[in-house]
Design a protein around this ligand. Structure first.
Ligand code: GLC
Length: 454
């Protein structure tokens, strides 16, 4: 029986599609995303800055909410916001000295105070005692320092009851959304090229802080106990952020900008939050861990810094899991970062000056994180970051390429052997570095071809 013309056409179409698909299995959308992320993946380490009028009380960026300070009273802090002897170039120099390659500043946090010029809206830095557009100053300083520029932005604004009760306060919620769309347009249009837009609090499920009214009681909507921040029960009300419109504008105005996923838009990278959220190895989806260096995210009086080893080991564990680390400082009302944090940042920078080749422009793997530590690779070199020795030896599974040479970058003479049974490396105890012993393995072919091994 003769196959009908329409079917032959369909088969031909399918064959062509299959050929195209097998020649290029990565979709154009994924390709665009990957190339946007190239610099970001190489950068590995960035500085997060939480700063605003919340720095004045010095009890963290949630002070207004936590202490239920009325909006009009809280807004008076703007009259005291005047860091006369400060310019954001100091922050950029500090980030650079720490070996950080990008920065992300809170252009507007949940309290609604904007660090930028927002026209007739008076709750901004341009209408504060400072009369300055700190976003403009910051963007210029960061660019001048040769770093990548990022802005944090929170669609959520506590001044709008519509955030808490999006349905019965619909007008307020809609006004909050109008502000969000307007401010996005300003930030994306008025400050030149931006590299990162870091959303927070724009997830629809986060409305009312993830709660709902039920039988005259406020209850939390169900979340997945195994995945922090993943809601099993979704917001079902009538309010919409209309994020799709913002996303369209964002890609038109700043085609190369990379964004996280905290506003229900197609994310370039996923955000993990806090010291306890290191998580698993993932080289399929770009991700970033953000942590406060000390205390809360916003300035906290007497925040305690951790030992240097904690920061370095965290950076190494993140990069070895194929992620980025965004480490936060919360400067005081004068824009000043605590001296103890400055010293630590310099120490981290000194470590990266020495060992940055095992961090920057690497990818995580191919040895998956294990008890002994993590690994990174670039071209034909694998870097082992040994964080815990059991005696003088570590044993790794074998890999399908030949190791030509093994060197301890942190010093000492090591012995190694490679056989079908595995790779054995030994280093005398006195040459082991208590923070991170780095061993470079030179291979006879690119490490990229090796699948992750456990
Ligand atoms: C949270 C907090 C916020 C902080 C952010 C940093 O979402 O609401 O205060 O800015 O995490 O990741």
């Amino acid at each position: 029986m003769k196959c009908p013309f329409i079917w032959r056409l369909a088969v031909l179409g399918l064959t062509v599609c299959t050929i195209i698909a097998s020649a290029d299995p990565v979709s154009p959308v994924t390709q665009a995303k990957n190339s946007r992320l190239d610099w970001w993946r190489d950068a590995k380490f960035g500085m997060f800055i939480h700063w605003g009028i919340f720095a004045i009380p010095g009890r963290g960026e949630w002070v207004q909410w936590n202490e239920q300070i009325p909006c009009d009273q809280y807004a008076k802090l703007a009259d005291q916001f005047n860091p006369t002897n400060f310019t954001p170039a100091t922050w950029a120099a500090l980030a650079k000295s720490a070996g950080m390659k990008y920065m992300v500043l809170t252009s507007r946090h949940h309290d609604g105070f904007a660090l930028f010029d927002d026209g007739t809206n008076t709750f901004t830095a341009t209408h504060s005692a400072a009369h300055r557009d700190f976003v403009a100053e910051y963007v210029k300083a960061v660019r001048d320092a040769g770093l990548r520029v990022g802005l944090y932005y929170s669609p959520l604004d506590w001044r709008f009851p519509g955030y808490i009760l999006p349905d019965i306060q619909r007008q307020s919620a809609d006004a909050m959304r109008d502000q969000y769309h307007r401010q996005m347009k300003e930030l994306l249009s008025n400050y030149g090229k931006l590299d990162v837009l870091w959303f927070d609090g724009g997830e629809t499920d986060w409305l009312s802080f993830g709660g709902k009214w039920q039988g005259a009681q406020w209850v939390k909507r169900a979340t997945d106990p195994n995945h922090k921040g993943v809601y099993l029960e979704h917001y079902k009300g009538g309010f919409s952020w209309q994020h799709d419109q913002v996303y369209k504008m964002l890609r038109q105005l700043q085609p190369d900008i990379v964004i996280n996923g905290r506003a229900d838009m197609p994310e370039d990278f996923h955000s993990r939050e806090g010291w306890g959220a290191l998580g698993d190895f993932d080289n399929q989806h770009a991700w970033e861990l953000c942590v406060p260096m000390a205390g809360a995210w916003g300035y906290s009086v007497n925040a305690k810094v951790k030992p240097l080893a904690d920061y370095i080991q965290l950076l190494v564990k993140v990069v070895g899991r194929d992620g980025n680390l965004l480490m936060n400082v919360g400067p005081d009302r004068n824009g000043k970062v605590d001296n103890a944090q400055i010293s630590r940042l310099h120490e981290i920078g000194a470590w990266l000056d020495k060992y940055g080749e095992s961090i920057y422009s690497t990818r995580g793997g191919p040895f998956l994180p294990a008890d002994w530590g993590v690994s990174t690779y670039r071209d034909q070199t694998i870097y082992l970051h040994v964080l815990k020795w059991a005696g003088e030896k570590i044993t790794l599974p074998n890999i399908p390429v030949k190791i030509l040479k093994a060197t301890a970058l942190t010093g000492g003479n090591l012995n190694f052997s490679q056989s079908d049974g595995g790779i054995e490396i030994s280093l005398p105890a006195e040459s082991q570095d208590p923070v991170d012993t780095i061993i470079a393995l030179e291979l006879d072919s690119p490490a990229k071809a090796i699948s992750p091994v456990k």
